[in-house]
Write a protein that binds this ligand. Structure first.
Ligand SMILES: Cc1cc2nc3c(=O)[nH]c(=O)nc-3n(C[C@H](O)[C@H](O)[C@H](O)COP(=O)(O)O)c2cc1C
Length: 197
């Protein structure tokens, strides 16, 4: 059993895959699929996307300094792929994918109504890294579908069947195998034993 050396590249996996909505330089809505997206700060909440300057979406995002991240559910996967292979230069992706633009608080950039969650971001810095320009952004507004709240108003994002992108494939998420902190949590049995029960 050995390890094989690999040439340096983007091996970090799995990745989120998101549909970013933006306005072009004339103000027409477009959608670009992005896997180079990340959470980069908690307080203030910040996210980044990296976009090649050759993408049609680039100029509009750079000019408006704003975009909306739309999370991708299993149902949206085909549309996400389409928006990642077709350009807004040639097609109206909202129309071709039968997607509905929706109002997102704080911005006139439409979100995708069929997405479980729309995240409005304002760019604070654009950094040309090489092949991609990274838009470092503040998260300024979020809206989520009503259906993911239970009767006690608790939010269940994992019910939205979000997809992930790994090694060139869109993948469903599996079952939970633990929650935050479970490795150090005392089991019920042990707790009961501690109390002599
Ligand atoms: C799964 C997937 C992930 C992608 N991730 C990115 C990305 O992170 N950055 C980027 O610039 N392009 C990415 N692309 C490519 C763009 O989405 C694609 O070139 C798209 O057609 C650009 O649209 P536009 O010309 O309307 O801007 C990705 C494509 C796919 C299918």
């Amino acid at each position: 059993m050995g390890k094989r050396e690999f040439k340096p590249g983007n091996m970090l996996n799995p990745l989120p895959v998101v549909m970013v909505t933006c306005l072009d330089e004339e103000g027409k809505p477009n959608i670009i699929t992005v896997a180079w997206a990340g959470t980069i700060n908690t307080n203030p909440p910040m996210a980044s996307i990296s976009v090649r300057p050759s993408r049609y979406s680039y100029a509009g995002i750079s000019k408006r300094k704003a975009f909306v991240i739309n999370l991708v559910s299993e149902e949206l996967t085909k549309a996400a792929d389409y928006c990642g292979v077709k350009s807004g230069r040639d097609v109206d992706k909202f129309k071709e994918c039968n997607l509905t633009p929706c109002k997102v608080p704080g911005t006139d950039i439409p979100g995708i109504a069929e997405s479980p969650c729309n995240i409005y971001c304002e760019v604070v810095e654009e950094k040309l890294l090489g092949s991609h320009a990274m838009f470092i952004s503040n998260v300024c507004g979020i809206q989520v579908d009503d259906q993911y709240f239970d009767e006690k108003d608790a939010f269940h994002l994992n019910d939205a069947k979000l997809v992930t992108y790994s090694h060139g494939q869109y993948r469903k998420m599996g079952n939970s195998i633990g929650k935050f902190g479970f490795s150090v949590q005392k089991s019920k049995k042990k707790k009961l034993r501690k109390f002599g029960i």
